[in-house]
Design a protein around this ligand. Structure first.
Ligand code: COA
Ligand code: MG
Length: 279
């Protein structure tokens, strides 16, 4: 499991030089440089070149992930070959239906980890086999495409798919990012959806606009209350152990070793975020 913070992952159209430049100063954990749906067909080839040039610039501690076009499109194979030579942390493959799609990309990309867009009914049904693929390091939920293919309306209709992918990601120790919230001026709606994704277990959420970053980072990072509680739980459990007991009580709630494991993970995440934000 990758322990780098992955609270916020902002899509940036690979064709938009202004946005590519702006992203270098945004407090996002991951940048998803897009060559797929955010780029119009007649701009695809230029976008590949624009992106290659942008990736020679310094993006600081932000993870750089490039989303290519599917290998069943006229751009996919050339994107893959180009990205194999780019300085990025991973390659994101859209509309992954099965591990065979990952095999096909792996043949073109020898080194970088591969992330999968989970956004087709076939892909969701095959989530466990895709997560188990040795080259796969992360899942990104593609809720817009999924809603379209399911003929579904609203997030409630996609909960089974989201949970199924989260389950597969956790079973194989990979990162899992929630889908985008389209109404990028609706901060209250965004917060509700970020909290729902965090409660479900997602590591972070994908975003479309810089104005969404702060709300998302806050929702997926540990709160001050969670950090304080984690410290109390660890101290109480250590005191109980020293007294020969296997269980402690904090705030009227039982604290066992498994809670201490979660508490330590919370503190480690807080440290990783603080390190990232000061680097
Ligand atoms: N990444 C980085 N910067 C972005 C950005 C993004 N995704 N979206 C907007 N910005 C920048 C703009 O360049 C602008 O910068 P400036 O003021 O310094 O010139 C600033 O943020 C404000 O942009 P705004 O005018 O509010 O947005 P817009 O109307 O230009 O664009 C969208 C709105 C939705 C079209 C745009 O945010 C976008 O293209 N998002 C990404 C879409 C995408 O990648 N979709 C694929 C996955 S779902
Ligand atoms: Mg999609």
């Amino acid at each position: 499991m990758d322990h780098r913070p992955a609270r916020s992952a902002l899509y940036i159209p690979g064709s938009k030089e202004r946005a590519l430049e702006k992203a270098r100063g945004l407090p996002v954990d991951i940048i998803l440089f897009d060559l797929e749906d955010a780029v119009a067909p007649d701009a695809k080839v230029d976008a590949r070149r624009t992106l290659a040039a942008a990736l020679t610039e310094d993006y600081g501690p932000r993870q750089k992930i490039v989303r290519i076009n599917g290998l069943d499109t006229i751009w996919g194979a050339d994107d893959a070959t180009a990205v194999a030579a780019m300085d990025c942390d991973a390659v994101l493959l859209p509309k992954v239906d099965s591990p065979k799609d990952v095999d096909a990309l792996a043949d073109l990309i020898p080194d970088q980890p591969i992330w999968a867009m989970m956004e087709t009914p076939q892909g969701i049904l095959n989530a466990a086999a895709i997560a188990a693929h040795p080259r796969i390091a992360g899942f990104v939920m593609g809720t817009n495409d999924l809603a379209k293919d399911l003929n579904a309306r609203g997030r409630a209709a996609m909960i089974t798919s989201l949970q199924h992918c989260l389950l597969a990601a956790r079973a194989y120790g990979i990162v899992a990012l929630d889908g985008v919230f389209n109404a990028f001026k609706d901060d209250d709606g965004l917060k509700v959806e970020c909290d729902a994704g965090r409660d479900m277990g997602f590591d972070g959420k994908t975003l479309i606009h810089p104005a969404q970053v702060a709300i998302c980072n806050a929702a997926f990072g540990p709160t001050a209350d969670e950090i304080a509680l984690a410290e109390l739980q660890i101290a109480a459990f250590e005191a109980a152990e020293a007294a020969g007991q296997g269980v402690a009580v904090v705030d009227g709630k039982i604290v066992e070793n498994l809670h201490v494991v979660t508490a330590k993970a919370t503190l480690a995440k807080a440290v990783a975020i603080a390190t990232l934000e000061t680097s």
